[in-house]
Write a protein that binds this ligand. Structure first.
Ligand code: SF4
Ligand code: SF4
Length: 106
């Protein structure tokens, strides 16, 4: 499967096999769409997860800054609708950052 083809019409998706759990994408995401979650099967003990797909605003900051080319954002088109940045999504992003980039409540 090509990771340049969005799985299940996802707006943002990750190739977990390439992710080194560096937190960079989570630290940059303005909408709280991404967070680290515990994963005992990962070398780092955690992996990235897209936790709020519907909040992604399509800014591509995650994709452009990932050192391992592990995260992808779909292309804008007439069929693709990204969210607007809301107070709720900004608050979730701040809560995740204050929780050392981990999913809040996990
Ligand atoms: S920036 Fe890339 S390598 Fe780092 S946590 Fe995000 S997806 Fe994984
Ligand atoms: S494209 Fe922007 S809003 Fe969407 S997950 Fe990446 S950093 Fe977050």
């Amino acid at each position: 499967m090509s990771f340049l083809t969005p799985p299940h019409k996802a707006l943002v998706w990750v190739d977990i096999s390439k992710c080194k759990a560096c937190d960079i994408c989570v630290s940059l995401c303005p909408s709280g769409a991404l967070a680290m979650v515990q994963n005992v099967n990962s070398t780092q003990g955690k992996t990235i997860e897209v936790i709020a797909q519907d909040s992604c605003i399509g800014c591509r900051d995650c994709e452009l800054h990932c050192p391992d080319f592990a995260i992808f954002v779909t292309e804008r088109s007439s069929e693709v609708k990204f969210a607007k940045l809301t107070e709720e999504s900004k608050a979730r992003a701040l809560a995740i950052k204050n929780n050392k980039f981990n999913k809040v409540g996990a």
